[in-house]
Design a protein. Structure first.
Length: 475
């Protein structure tokens, strides 16, 4: 048996004899397992609920009687955001964004019913998920178990004796690293089982589950290296403990909490009222389709008449009201899309600035990888909104087309009493969300994975420095 392994076995023996250490490890294991089970059950329940509601509103839309198509435009529809299988591991921003979108003509609505608005304020301080346990609690466990791993040898005077008997500092540090790598692997085990279960039972992409496992493995490896390095550099165990707790508070609590606030102050998003005023101003600038003297729509009417070679809208082979509705919807949708793009461009700029803080806290890089792989980041939310908007636009334009083709100008004059058959509503409002391809998701996670790898290299260098100083101090 080689020397580092013997040292690791001795460290494990000491940990087994320490009741506090054993209880701490068991508590974290149980907490991770409970978090995985409860998060999976909540995700399953919520997904079943949303699927049921989606089926219900689809049925209610298709069950509408004979109606005027424009009444169906304003009757509207609902789209419910499906929950990814890996969202049970890390809920990301899902609790802060809505999951129900009302689709109607002439406007784009915001998603509603975010969990934070529906639940206790305690939800804002973190959710019990495997990601939360591994991000916040697991480093604390490693700190309390390993802060004195090397410093204890110096304080007890055994370090000088071990080195005098021919033990090299590198062997001692390697043994300590091996011991606490085993503890980290044990802590990660429930999460690995949970990810395997999600991959099998919920058909989650295996590549993304492995990405999550690898990211959290890197995260615990960072803390293993950091704890042993600080223990080797500190003169006493309590000094190492204080230093490590300060590092934990800074990198896990303060920077991840304060950095978004600083970014939001530097790049503020417009408020809902400001956005509504801006949209209303732009809508007014488009023109009024109900005003026959409106310059834009007067020109549009002229183009339509020329296209069909007639001089009056009554002579058109299509219902001009439906054609006008299609043009109005096209213009308003383009306007809403511009505001949508502007808002998300600003949010993406905020994220890029926030990513820079990952150089001060690897927690930010880990969170980004975790949310990206779990499908609970801003990009996944935007993807849902974009697909729902395309569905809304297609639905409304199809109803406008029905008005143009199935009703005549004479029968559609003056009221919405004219109707078409209810068979036209069948399969018109079915919304199907298409998730992102795993390969594209992995490409988005790659930059932050590189940041974690750089942190690993830096901490490995710190361990090497601490090892050299350890040998010098012993002499």
């Amino acid at each position: 048996m080689n020397t580092p392994l013997r040292i690791a076995r001795e460290e494990w023996r000491l940990l087994r004899r320490d009741r506090v250490a054993v209880i701490g490890v068991l508590l974290v294991l149980v907490l991770t397992a409970v978090a995985a089970l409860t998060a999976w059950d909540q995700r399953r329940t919520a997904q079943l609920e949303r699927t049921r509601h989606q089926s219900q509103v689809d049925h209610e839309f298709e069950a509408q009687p004979d109606r005027h198509p424009h009444r169906m435009v304003h009757y509207g529809h609902f789209a419910f955001r499906p929950i990814g299988a890996l969202a049970a591991f890390d809920r990301g921003i899902d609790a802060y964004t809505g999951h129900t979108l009302y689709l109607e003509g002439h406007r784009q609505n915001s998603a509603n019913f975010g969990d934070v608005r529906q639940s206790s304020l305690l939800l804002r301080f973190g959710q019990l998920t495997p990601a939360f346990v591994l991000q916040v609690v697991a480093p604390l466990l490693l700190i309390f178990l390993g802060h004195a791993s090397v410093a204890r040898e110096r304080e007890a005077g055994t370090l000088r004796l071990l080195l005098a008997q021919g033990l090299r500092p590198g062997q001692l540090v390697a043994g300590k690293l091996l011991a606490f790598s085993g503890v980290s692997a044990l802590v990660l085990l429930p999460a690995a089982v949970a990810l395997a279960w999600l991959a099998v039972a919920s058909a989650a992409p295996l590549s993304l589950a492995l990405t999550l496992l690898g990211a959290y493995g890197l995260w615990l490896a960072l803390w293993t290296l950091g704890v042993v390095a600080v223990s080797a550099l500190a003169p006493r165990g309590r000094d190492a403990l204080i230093s490590l707790l300060a590092i934990w508070a800074l990198t896990v609590v303060l920077v991840p909490r304060l950095a978004p606030e600083g970014v939001a102050s530097a790049l503020p998003l417009p408020t809902r009222i400001e956005t509504d005023i801006s949209v209303a101003r732009d809508l007014a600038a488009i023109g009024d389709s109900h005003d026959p003297d409106d310059p834009y729509f007067a020109t549009f009417r002229k183009k339509v008449l020329e296209q069909y070679g007639v001089t009056r809208i009554e002579d058109l082979p299509v219902n001009y009201k439906g054609v006008l509705g299609m043009e109005g919807e096209r213009l308003t949708s383009q306007l809403f899309d511009r505001h949508f793009e502007r808002s998300f461009a600003l949010q993406e700029a905020q994220l890029r600035r926030l990513d820079a803080f990952s150089l001060a806290s690897p927690m930010i890089a880990l969170r980004r990888i975790s949310m990206v792989a779990a499908g609970t980041d801003l990009h996944a939310y935007r993807r849902f909104l974009e697909q729902a908007e395309r569905h809304r636009y297609t639905l409304v334009q199809e109803l406008n087309r029905l008005q143009a083709e199935k009703l005549t100008h004479a029968t559609d004059r003056g009221s919405l009493s004219a109707r078409i058959g209810k068979e036209h509503w069948q399969d018109l409002a079915v919304f199907r969300f298409e998730p992102e391809a795993p390969s594209a998701t992995l490409r988005r996670a790659a930059p932050m994975a590189l940041v974690l790898a750089c942190w690993l290299a830096v901490l490995a260098g710190l361990v090497a420095l601490a090892t050299r100083r350890l040998g010098g101090r012993a002499r």
